[in-house]
Design a protein around this ligand. Sequence first.
Ligand SMILES: [Zn+2]
Length: 342
Amino acid sequence: MKVVYSDHHLAHDPRAFIVRGRMQRSNEQPERALRLLAAARADGHEVIAPPDLGAGPRAAVHTPEYLRFLETAYARWRQLPDASEEVLPNIHPFPGQPCTYPESVVGQAGFHMGDTACSIGPDTWRAATGAANAAAHAAQLVADGERAAYALCRPPGHHAYVDRANGFCYLNNCAIAAQHLRQFHARVAILDIDMHHGNGTQGIFYRRSDVLTVSLHGDPRLFTPFFTGHAHERGEGEGLGYNLNLPLARGTGDDAYLAALAEACATIRAYAPGALVVALGLDAHERDPYQALAVTTPGFARITAEIARLGLPTVLVQEGGYLSDDLGPNLSSALRGFAGAA
Ligand SMILES: [Zn+2]
């Protein structure tokens, strides 16, 4: 399988991350992508760098003001007196209340950053656009006839909304891949198997019927992002019925996961999309630092084999999965499972 990978992520190394009130180094570290890359190379996959696709793919998903903010925020922030090394928000608009778009970069940080897990450093924009290019190029490879392609994206993307970063995510790589595929197919499905709800992806397509969004994830009553990912969120307006959330209990193992996946796949089959984007998080693993679900390493092969049996042109997009000795083997298992069933 072709692996699309940009090394522009290497200098994006966010320092700030507040966990239960304590500031610590982010879990979302460059080493993650290096381990995934090493695993893909060891399995003989061809690794290619994406071309610079320009602003088009990301502008098809995100607002101009948000893209301008992401590109310029760090330099503007550093001009403030006593500014920290990274852009972090400390004030947010209130839902349902009047909200004027602020001129100040401090105000814009609060407007465009949903939490403290998406700090912006000097190389964040370069990393995020490299990942978005990888996703868009993988989508183009599939549009050109590849059965499947894997975009090794870092930073991840599925928490990013149209105009808001959060949860380590800035540009929504899966949404960018799906939107790119819409040029070739009337309907595209996104299946999110990251341990966390794909809140940004859901938000981007919530009022649309041309992109089906399906997410399996740890129960949001227990796990971030808390506010979304509940089963009753089914879409709105034109999009009503085109969003499916399958929350899973803490400690869900392979068999129960596969039972939920069967429901997800039945919904995707009924939708009859022309292509599929998979948000391939590996943090549902039993030894991932999040310790939320309990999928095994061989379990990932069973999951991706089931996805491959949908028989759709498929873009696999890397999402979460954090540092542990199992990270590389989990990717190997996932890619082998897909290839073995395809
Ligand atoms: Zn995750």
